[in-house]
Every structure is written in structure tokens, then in C-alpha cells.
Design a protein around this ligand. Structure first.
Ligand SMILES: CSC[C@@H](O)[C@@H](O)C(=O)COP(=O)(O)O
Length: 349
């Protein structure tokens, strides 16, 4: 299985190794990231991306900040500022700030303690993803029927988007391993094509039958009865279950409600943000015009035209059939609010 992010032990030259997701599938190039500024750049241009992978990047980023700080003679304030810049490099996925905060709590205890925490974040993410995949597959087969299912998914939620294994993708992988997955419709995921470039690459490597479709086809694919369920990942799940995920996700949810099929959100519990009450309080990242107005580096829009480029949307909890974490399956429609409390325990599961 591909590892999107790893720590490379090399004494004073220890660093983070990332597969550069902007170049996939054409090139499998690894970035050796030894400075905080390089890591922030990699996060912002989506060389590393996906909420749980960003959680690991946040954790390892703190270790990197401590190493670079001691190499460059940074003051404690400068180290703190570097950690804060990593945590704030992208706003929507809660995992990034969560990972940096979790490892950052140990910075007074030194580099080795911080690195151990970062490794723990990555290891726990893999365990969580494997567990939620089993739970999600069980729930879907119980709900829909024990037969090979047809799925639709959006963006990339596989090993590339996590420390390992994947979330929504992990459920698809689990169903495939059980012989219970007929076909996946993978949305291309405009404008950066995480579906066409990354999800399809992972599905192909895992031998999972799939078709890539344009985002505009998704709601019609659902309404025509071509799929049995939709499953997506999440960048932030609020206390009431509202879920931010890649822009285009809410269209799938609306179509699933109309068709009467399950719309499932899958994420490790680290993506739950019980401190944010509802989805309208989530900061949605807006990205540059050129991502929308150019194609393959060539501007295709009329010169001077501006774009609106929100990277995420929010699906209200009442459109979500089930939220699957490693702690259990929560069905927002049939369980009391809040679904998640600030003590980090799942209330309803
Ligand atoms: C398991 S990843 C879940 C989400 O982070 C994923 O679906 C997504 O929206 C990623 O967006 P991206 O902008 O590629 O980081």
C-alpha cells in the first residue's frame, strides 16, 4: 500500500517524505521535506492533502519545526510561530490543526517525545480507518442487502488522503475484499481532479472495477438508479453532524435523499470537531481563480473573467444517512442532538 506521508530518520537531516500528489498519476515523485516553509508550500498546493493525511502532516510538522529550530537557533516564540503556520496552512480540514496541536502539546518535552506523538497519530489513523471500513461495510450490507453493491464516491479518500488505507475508499476496499462491490462511479472532482487522477489510480492498483464520470453526471447517475449508495469522506464534522467535504459532495446527498438511497460519511474520529456546533460556522477554503479558469496550465476562460472557487461544501446532517467512525455508526436522522460532544466522545454511537 502506498504511504502518502512518512518520517525519514536521518539524524539531524531527518525529514518528511511525501509522494507529490500534484504529479500523480503521470509521475511517482517523492518530496523530501526538511523545512517548515517547504511543508507549508506542499500543503497549500496539495502535494499532501486529504484530512487524515493533513493530520499526520500536522504532527510530523511539529517535529520538523523543532529540528529546524534547533538547527537555525530559533527562539521558543519562533518555533511556536512555525507550528502555528503549519496548523493554519489550510482552514477547512480540522485534522491539520488537530494534529499540530496534539504533537505541539509535547514540545516542552523535546523532539523525541513530539516525534513519538506524531508516529502515534499516523498509526492510530491506520487502525481507525481499517475499523471504520469494517463497520461501514457491515452497515451498508445490512441496510441494502448482502449482494454486490454499486457505489458512487467523490474526491479522493484512499491511502493517499490518509496515513494509510483510506476512509470512504476503505469501505469500498473492504466491500471489494468481501466480494460485495460490483462497480464504483468515481467523480472526476473539479477543478483539481482528485477523482480522475488519484481515486482512479488507487482503484486501478487495487483491481476495483470503476468508471470515472464528470461531476455534473453524479446526481443523474443517482436518480437513474445506477448506484445503491454514496460514500464520501470528510474534512470536518460538526457537533450536529453537518459535514464539510470536497465541493460537489452536497449534490450527491441531495440526489440520494430524492432517490431514497443511503448517503454515508466516513471519517476517523479525529475529523469530528465537537467544538463547532453547526456547518455554517465552518470556514470554507477559497482557492485561486486559475484552478477553475485554466485547464492543463492553459487559460480557457475569457481574459479578465473571475472565478468563484470554494474548495469544500457542507452537507447538512439531515441529508446524511450514517456517519461512520472507528467508534461506531451514527445515524443523524434518528439520534438526538448533539451527535458529538466537546469531551470528544461520540454521544450517539
Ligand atoms: C479521507 S480524505 C476526506 C477529505 O479530506 C477529502 O474527501 C477531501 O475533500 C480532500 O480535499 P483536498 O482539497 O484534496 O485536500
Amino acid at each position: 500500500m502506498i504511504r502518502a506521508i512518512e518520517w525519514v530518520d536521518a539524524g539531524a537531516d531527518s525529514h518528511i517524505r511525501l509522494i507529490d500528489q500534484t504529479l500523480l498519476p503521470a509521475e511517482e515523485t517523492f518530496l523530501e521535506v526538511g523545512e517548515v516553509a517547504q511543508l507549508i508550500d506542499a500543503i497549500q498546493r496539495l502535494a499532501v492533502r486529504g484530512a487524515p493525511a493533513l493530520g499526520a502532516a500536522g504532527g510530523y510538522g511539529v517535529a520538523l519545526a523543532l529540528l529546524e529550530g534547533s538547527r537555525s537557533g530559533w527562539s521558543a516564540e519562533e518555533v511556536d510561530a512555525a507550528i502555528a503556520s503549519i496548523a493554519n496552512a489550510r482552514p477547512t480540514a480540522v485534522n491539520l490543526a488537530w494534529g499540530a496541536g496534539r504533537a505541539g502539546r509535547f514540545r516542552a518535552e523535546g523532539f523525541e517525545r513530539v516525534l513519538a506523538e506524531a508516529h502515534a497519530i499516523a498509526a492510530e489513523d491506520e487502525r481507525a480507518n481499517r475499523e471504520l471500513s469494517r463497520l461501514g461495510a457491515d452497515w451498508l450490507l445490512d441496510r441494502i442487502g448482502h449482494r454486490p453493491l454499486r457505489a458512487i464516491t467523490h474526491c479522493n479518500t484512499g491511502a493517499l488522503a490518509t496515513a494509510a488505507w483510506g476512509t470512504a475508499y476503505g469501505i469500498l476496499h473492504e466491500l471489494h475484499d468481501r466480494g460485495m462491490l460490483e462497480l464504483v462511479y468515481a467523480d472526476e472532482t473539479r477543478p483539481l481532479l482528485q477523482g480522475t487522477r488519484l481515486t482512479s489510480w488507487e482503484l486501478h492498483r487495487d483491481g476495483i472495477p470503476h468508471l470515472v464520470q464528470v461531476d455534473g453526471a453524479a446526481s443523474s447517475t443517482i436518480l437513474r438508479g445506477l448506484v445503491d449508495f454514496a460514500v464520501i469522506g470528510a474534512d470536518r464534522i460538526t457537533a450536529d453532524g453537518d459535514t464539510a467535504n470536497k465541493v460537489g459532495s452536497v449534490a450527491l446527498a441531495l440526489a440520494c435523499q430524492r432517490r431514497g438511497i443511503p448517503f454515508v460519511v466516513a471519517a476517523p474520529h479525529s475529523t469530528v470537531d465537537p467544538g463547532t456546533a453547526t456547518g455554517d460556522l465552518i470556514e470554507i477554503e477559497e482557492r485561486g481563480d486559475e484552478e477553475v479558469l485554466a485547464f492543463g496550465g492553459v487559460t480557457v476562460a475569457t481574459p479578465g473573467v473571475r472565478a468563484f472557487n470554494p474548495a469544500f461544501d457542507v452537507t447538512p446532517h439531515d441529508l446524511i444517512s450514517a456517519i461512520v467512525t472507528e467508534r461506531g455508526v451514527v445515524e443523524p436522522g434518528s439520534q438526538p442532538q448533539p451527535l458529538f460532544r466537546a469531551d470528544s466522545e461520540t454521544v450517539a454511537a
